[in-house]
Design a binder for this molecule. Sequence first.
Ligand code: URA
Length: 433
Amino acid sequence: MRMVDVILKKRNGQELTDSEIRFFVEEYTAGTIPDYQAAALMMAIYFKGMSADETAVLTEAMAASGDTIDLSAIEGHIVDKHSTGGVGDKITFITGPLVASVGVPVAKMSGRGLGHTGGTLDKLESISGFHIEMSKEEFISNVNKHKLSVAGQTGNLAPADKKLYALRDVTGTVDSIPLIAGSIMSKKLASGADSIVLDVKTGSGAFMKTLDESKALAQEMVNIGNKLGRNTIAVISDMNQPLGYEVGNANEIKEAAEVLQGKKVEDLRNLGLELAAHMAVLAGAFPSYQEAYQALEQKLDNGEAFQAFRTFISAQGGDLSMIDDLSRLPAAPHHVEVISNKEGFVAEIDAESIGVAAMYLGAGRATKDDKINHAVGITLNKKIGDPIEKGETIAVLHSEQPNPADSLTKVKEAYKIADDKPNKHQLIYEVIK
Ligand code: URA
């Protein structure tokens, strides 16, 4: 088989055969197909798309390109949750303990942040002593004992995706629905869960800015998951503003812990319960979504979900005194207020700009070798729809510098203040099964 013929076929809008797709993935991973030919194929797929069958074969081949994690030693039906990425997204720290508190095992492999979105592992490492590197045996034993463990992705999980994602990043081919769906689902398949709940973000801070695009991506991923033997559903949720009020690493751990202790941060609490209820139903723990939701709400309100969070942190070496007294988490020396120069209502908060402002402060990475500062971040005082006075504080920057000018400008630009009260965005748009 010649790679040029595969490229020509896709360029001309024809469907590739299973063996052509497998040939490409295997030979590209092995290094025998050069980047320029892979880039040409990615661009052809970007313009001509892929059928559901082609996308499923691409996903399967990428999942099979490296290690696949065998979680069969875990007792029970394992569910995973994956978010397509957002700003202030600390939902894993809420859904994980919630689902664990009703006895459903959560074995989660998570990544680090890059660009304007934060990473679950970076956030957890704000807690002194917390470790994400562990043997497979320790991971499995943690899940069996405590129903929840979070580990770093092994270096050799879906290497074909790692190589292709880096190539897509520099060739203008990231935002293709079959390529994103294949990329995300290949890693989910390789990491071994029985069922998957996808949190597909939509809006200004998401990959997919419109509801139609987000629905198409969600549907594609649900089809792949179900076709390849994993029960999969997708919840489409809002990312037109950051989730909750805190952005950063220690900041986000603090806010998640507060929600687990009963604080009513509306979007975080509601989305956390919604996703957790779908996870619990897919795992077979409850006959219906309503029953799951009610039971989980009780676990949140009676403190059992918070206890599950403490147990999980302590099992992975985390210093519990930081969770029991959240003021002991890393804190930045300077608190710089962003002041409104206008009165009215908050009409928009560009989530991506808030994420970039947090990255400038040091909470995220511009390149993958950058070091994270766990103490810095942003507290939003106002969300969409809130009234605001001239001279009032919109947000507070937690900074190492007394004058973080770039972040200050970015946060100011992110907020649009209007005279009239805007309609609130829906938190959950649709559930796709
Ligand atoms: N996240 C991924 O893992 N892959 C993509 O292609 C896009 C987002």
